[in-house]
Write a protein of this length. Structure first.
Length: 289
């Protein structure tokens, strides 16, 4: 019994000593970036103004599977020129196809709500930022297609970056060999349950890229740098102890648009209806600290 009492006293003495000897580990705070899609968000035009579907056109709000972006910037104010803000991310580019292009093979592509970027806050410049600019490069989403009076589900891969070098890409079991650059508006389509696929190119300059700062801070033609303002300015102080969770909400409100031949609001490629616009229709950035 005396031995057990002695052991218990020794244990009580040891445990507090051991506990005090431990160093507390504080997790490093990050900027964590995610995408979300909202078919009810306002549908904007290139100037960031509300826009209806034009007469003679029709559109649908696609169901997003994944998205890719190759550039992310925080801008201090409405006069901050593109590239002069805090560039948080710039994806790999290549000259393998001739002109400089986004390297699709190295592109980061994620589903809604998944972490797109996770960057230590200590590596970012302190400051106050009112705007976000994100250059979108790739969209993969579900659409409905009508043929011979029946509706079919299909998947569209939409390349909206300024220029993309693609060796090949796939939609399900459908493979598309490209081996070259494709400018903004290249797309490929496949039916989900039938052996049919196709690809094409939307007209140059037809892709909508909302930029409410067009008058004070324009973007290059053919780019897909979507601009949005924080409801409350984001401050990076350098004293953060918790992550900053940045959500980029993109409007897919009737974002897949085509020229109508049969006026029924259904996308009917066999009737000669052609894709004209695949641009997302607005950016609403929000954050939590």
């Amino acid at each position: 019994m005396k031995k057990w009492i002695a052991f218990g006293i020794a244990l009580l003495v040891f445990v507090p000593f051991y506990s005090c000897d431990q160093e507390e580990t504080v997790a490093e705070p990050y900027l964590v970036v995610r995408f979300q899609f909202d078919p009810n968000q306002v549908r904007l035009n290139n100037l960031g103004q509300p826009a209806a579907v034009p007469s003679g056109h029709a559109a649908q709000s696609p169901t997003f599977n994944t998205i890719g972006a190759h550039y992310l910037e925080l801008a201090q104010n409405a006069n901050t020129q593109l590239g002069q803000g805090l560039v948080v991310y710039h994806a790999p580019e290549t000259n393998a196809g001739g002109a400089t292009a986004i390297d699709f093979n190295q592109s980061k592509i994620v589903a809604e709500g998944a972490v797109f970027l996770k960057i230590p806050l200590r590596t970012l410049a302190q400051g106050t930022y009112e705007w976000v600019r994100v250059s979108l490069s790739y969209q993969n989403y579900g659409i409905s297609v009508r043929h011979a009076g029946a509706d079919y589900a299909g998947t569209l891969a939409s390349f909206v970056g300024y220029n993309t070098y693609i060796t090949s890409h796939a939609i399900g079991n459908n493979f598309f060999a490209v081996d070259g650059n494709r400018t903004q508006g290249y797309w490929a389509f496949a039916l989900n349950d039938f052996p049919y696929s196709s690809s094409g190119q939307a007209p140059a300059g037809a892709t909508t890229v909302p930029n409410p700062l067009a008058a004070t801070s324009p973007i290059p033609a053919g780019s897909c740098v979507v601009t949005g303002k924080f409801p409350v300015a984001l401050q990076i102080t350098g004293n953060e102890t918790r992550d900053i969770e940045l959500t980029l909400s993109l409007s897919n409100n009737n974002s897949f648009e085509w020229v109508e031949v049969v006026s029924d609001g259904k996308f009917e490629p066999a009737a000669g209806e052609t894709v004209v616009d695949m641009g997302l229709r607005g950016l609403l950035p929000t954050f939590e600290k």
